[in-house]
Design a protein around this ligand. Structure first.
Ligand SMILES: [Zn+2]
Length: 68
């Protein structure tokens, strides 16, 4: 699966995350190896030069909706 994480003020996306699904409640979770790999990537500061792609991300506010 693919997931987005905040790293300081940067939003980063990580792909190819193996997710396990709880048989009881259907909630997704990561196994220990995946958590360690994500921590490693975080520890390296999600180096931009290692990113496989760049995304432009729209930023929305519910406050703007209220203004009509
Ligand atoms: Zn569960």
């Amino acid at each position: 699966m693919r997931s987005a994480f905040w790293h300081d003020e940067r939003l980063v996306v990580v792909e190819d995350i193996p997710a396990l699904v709880c048989a009881a409640c259907g909630e997704r979770f990561y196994d220990d190896a995946t958590v360690i790999a994500l921590d490693l990537l975080r520890g390296r500061g999600f180096p931009p030069e290692s990113a496989r792609a760049e995304l432009r991300v729209g930023v929305f506010s519910l406050d703007d909706l209220k203004k009509g």
